[in-house]
Design a protein around this ligand. Sequence first.
Ligand code: DAH
Length: 343
Amino acid sequence: MAIQDQIREIREEIESGIGSYSTSKELYEFRKTFLDNKEGKISQIMKGMKDVPKEDRPAVGKIINEIKEWATSAFDAADKKLHAAELAAKNAAEAIDVTMPAVRETVGGLHPDTLVCNELIEIFSGMGFEIYEGSEIESDYYNFTALNTPADHPARDMQDTFYLSEGFLLRTQTSAGQIHVMENKKPPIKILSPGKVFRSDDDATHSPMFSQMEGLVVDKGISVCDLQGMLDTFSSRIFGEGVKTRLRPSYFPFTEPSVEVDVSCFACGGKGCKLCKGTGWIEVLGAGIVNHRVLENCGIDSTEYSGFAFGMGVERIAMLKYGINNIKNLFESDVRFAKQFKD
Ligand code: DAH
C-alpha cells in the first residue's frame, strides 16, 4: 500500500478511536499503537522510507512528520481532557462538607477500680512499700497450707474456692503472695501486692472475681502499734483528713492476733448515718500480726523477726469512696456508669 494511503488509514483510525476512551490509561495504550518508538504504526512507516525512491523522500518525509505532529497533538489534547475529568472526579470523591457538624471526640477515663488501685499504690509506695504481683493460678500450698490453713482446717470454708486440678486453684486471696516474698527475700520486707482473686461468691457486694491489695511488713520489733500508725496514715489519705481507725478482734489463720479494721465514717464524721448503718464506723480491711508459724514456714526466725499484714478488697474501697451500692456496676461496662469517673 502506498505510504500516503497508509497514513490516511492511520489518521482515520485515530480519529474514530480517540474519543472512545474514558480513562487516560486506556488512551495511553491506544496512543502507543501509533506513536511507540519501536512498534508504533507511524514509526513502522518511517522504517519503510528506505524503499521510497530518493527523489520522493523529502515529500514523503514531510507528510510522515505532519501525521506524527498531528497525532501527537491530538493525543495530547485528548489526554488533557481525560486528566482534567479524572482529577475532577477524584476531587469530588474526596470532597469534605465543612459545614457538617463535627463528630464529638470523647476522652476515656480510668475504671474506678484502677483509680483506687493507683491511689492505694501511690499512698503505700510513699510509705516505702514495694510492689509484688503474684500469679492468679496458685498451688494449694501457697494459697492455704503455708498460710497456716492446712487441709481440713475450718478456715478453708471462709473462702469458696475454684479448684483447677488436684493441688491447683485460682487464688482466693493475695495473701498467697506473702509466702512467695518471704521465701525469696530476707527481712526487712515491706511489700504491697495488688491483684485479682477468685471465689465462688455472687451477690450485691460479692463478685466471683475481685481485686485485693495485700500488705506485708517484716522486720525486727514490728508490733500492732506500727500497724495502727500505718493504718491511720492510710485511712486519712484515702478517705479524707481526720478519718480515724479502730481495731476489732477477729480471726485469720495467718495472723495472731487478727483484727478487723474499721474507719470512722467519712460521710457523717462518726455521728451515725445510712452509710455506716448508724454505727459511726465502717469496716474496711483485715489485718494482724503475722502468725509465727507462717514466718517459720518461710524459713524466717520468729524469735528474731515479727511482722504485720493486711488485706483489703479494692472494690469495697471503691464502693465506699464513690457511693456505689452494687458491685455488679463495676463489672458491667455500662458507659453511663463508667463515664462518671475521671482521674
Ligand atoms: N486474706 C484475707 C481475705 O481475703 C484478708 C486478710 C486478712 C489479709 C488479714 C491479711 C490479713 O494479710 O492479715 O479475707
